[in-house]
Design a protein around this ligand. Structure first.
Ligand SMILES: Nc1ncnc2c1ncn2[C@@H]1O[C@H](COP(=O)(O)OP(=O)(O)OP(=O)(O)O)[C@@H](O)[C@H]1O
Length: 245
């Protein structure tokens, strides 16, 4: 059972050209990295998959769960690209609030928020107002919020942006420690980020899938003259034929 987008079209405003047109995608198992240049449609794809925005046509589902249903909301977690700090909420309250929005009862949301903050090593900031956190700390609050309700699909929009190297390591360990049946789709501009851990790579350009397959099949695009350690970058550049990560 997986997350499936079938023939989805979405545009920001009636007169705008669709960002995604008749777009179909089935999220593979394990960890999938979503790559693509600025404006390719990665955030839009993640938002549509999370049912945060609704396609004009087509459908989004997770097994028998239709996007928008309460069960779908519980099963699918989304971490936005920008975590908006709220002066009235501490880190723990923020994470618990997301848990509550996802259908947890207040008690569970409160206790699981503590545990989720522990996982991102932010226990010492649990009672700090979110407006007083650094950019990297806020992203970790975002990761904790995505983890709090034990979702079966995690949709993460540039989760590692702004994280220091130690926190990236912690994040990798979190991914490695997820239950085997949890599927993750995460966007990143750091092409080498998680290239070793990822099971699959999907590359978007201008709303189209340029490549979607195993990490091995992605790395097979690496030109022969690319130095060691830069294979992922080489494969990405070769696939795009141009362009920056
Ligand atoms: N709220 C919005 N209103 C209007 N247009 C938007 C909005 N959000 C995104 N777009 C447009 O939709 C297209 C895809 O944007 P999207 O954010 O999905 O790309 P992305 O691949 O995530 O980019 P980035 O790597 O810069 O985060 C872009 O052309 C962008 O200008």
């Amino acid at each position: 059972m997986t997350l499936v987008l079938a023939d989805c079209t979405y545009s920001y405003g009636r007169r705008k050209r669709p960002v995604l047109s008749d777009f179909s995608y089935a999220l593979p198992g394990g960890l999938t990295i979503l790559l693509g240049p600025n404006g390719a449609g990665k955030s839009t794809l993640l938002k549509m998959s999370a049912s945060v925005v609704v396609p004009e046509s087509g459908s989004v589902s997770f097994g028998r769960l239709r996007a928008g249903s309460k069960e779908f909301r519980k099963a699918v977690a989304w971490m936005p690209q920008t975590i908006t700090p709220l002066a009235s909420l501490t880190a723990r309250e923020y994470v618990a609030y997301i848990g509550w929005l996802k259908g947890m009862n207040r008690g569970d949301a409160w206790s699981q928020a503590r545990r989720a903050l522990q996982r991102v090593e932010l226990s010492d900031k649990a009672d700090e107002r979110t407006t007083r956190l650094s950019g990297g700390q806020l992203r970790r609050v975002g990761v904790a919020a995505a983890l709090v309700h034990d979702a079966r699909v995690l949709l993460l929009d540039e989760p590692t942006a702004g994280m220091d190297p130690r926190q990236r390591r912690v994040f990798r360990d979190i991914l490695a420690g997820l239950r085997e049946d949890v599927r993750v789709l995460m966007s990143t501009h750091d092409v080498a980020d998680l290239a070793e851990e990822a099971d699959h790579v999907t590359v978007l350009e201008a709303g189209r899938i340029l490549h979607s397959g195993t990490t091995e099949s992605f790395l097979a695009h690496t030109p022969a003259d690319v130095p060691q350690g830069r294979a992922a970058e080489g494969a990405y550049t070769a696939l795009l034929g141009h362009g920056e990560p």
